[in-house]
Design a protein around this ligand. Structure first.
Ligand code: ZN
Length: 134
């Protein structure tokens, strides 16, 4: 069985590879993510910008891919981002994505970001303590 660090390292690679596909014509900030389900299946995403207001962040890209495949239970997400073509920097979900993700995860869902030799871990509770709920 793989240990947690080994799994995170794999997810950093997958998210970094997805980041290479980011469509960043308008703001040159590329993000790749690797979303892992509770069953251990992984879905990657990248940001897809648009000249209108319809840009899709990497986090929502990964969630929509997974949900469209019938996934309902999510464990954590790895986020790798930074200026296009440059090394990653600390990248956390935007407010829109935090609210979007909160619809599908519990407060203990883990959000990771990695840059340099650092991996930081956050929970949804930390990132969005007062989500809008109906
Ligand atoms: Zn976002």
């Amino acid at each position: 069985m793989k240990d947690k660090l080994e799994m995170l390292m794999e997810e950093i690679k997958l998210a970094s590879k997805a980041r290479e596909n980011a469509y960043i014509k308008y703001c040159n900030y590329s993000v790749g993510t690797c979303l892992t389900t509770k069953a251990g299946k992984r879905y990657v995403g990248c940001n897809v910008q648009n000249g209108g207001i319809q840009s899709i962040c990497s986090e929502r890209c990964a969630f929509c891919k997974a949900i469209s495949e019938g996934e309902k239970e999510f464990d954590h997400i790895m986020i790798i981002g930074g200026p296009g073509g440059k090394d990653p920097e600390k990248t956390l979900p935007c407010g829109y994505c935090r609210q979007f993700m909160s619809e599908f995860v519990d407060k203990n869902f883990k959000v990771y970001t990695s840059y340099g030799d650092t991996v930081e871990e956050y929970t949804m509770k930390e990132l969005l303590p007062y989500a809008f709920e109906i």
